[in-house]
Design a binder for this molecule. Structure first.
Ligand code: AMP
Length: 116
């Protein structure tokens, strides 16, 4: 199995504030939140980046987005709104090379995507 900090969380080798888990994915609070709600949705299948998702694995990305939307509905902020982000490689600032979706919510969010 690939070994990133997220795989260690999946294997319960390091602690995390887990808010959801099923056979396909795990979701836990980001250790350095960028919004009042900042949860990471991580597939259990080892996939380093969005570039590495094969056409046969498209469902993996679909499950992350559906799990994030379900969480937003359960937690009561779906109607107020939220943002989902997948960083891919250096220019997006990806630091953990296991695919993950950021869910950001809980306040009006600033715009994004401005080059540094
Ligand atoms: P990215 O920059 O898209 O690769 O996002 C990686 C995210 O993982 C960052 O927002 C980090 O704050 C977060 N992170 C790193 N280590 C942990 C950890 N042990 N528990 C929870 N979140 C983490």
């Amino acid at each position: 199995m690939s070994d990133t900090i997220f795989h260690k969380i999946i294997r319960r080798e390091i602690p995390a504030d887990i808010v959801y888990e099923d056979e396909h994915l795990i979701a836990f609070r980001d250790i350095a939140p960028q919004a009042p709600v900042h949860v990471l949705f991580v597939p259990k299948t080892p996939i380093a980046t969005l570039n590495d998702v094969q056409p046969s694995q498209a469902e993996v990305v679909g499950k992350l987005t559906v799990a994030a939307a379900d969480y937003a509905k359960r937690e009561g902020f779906a109607e107020d709104g939220y943002r989902v982000v997948i960083n891919c490689n250096a220019n997006a600032g990806q630091t953990v090379f296991q695919l993950h979706l950021h869910l950001l919510a809980g306040a009006p969010l600033g715009r994004f995507g401005t080059p540094k």
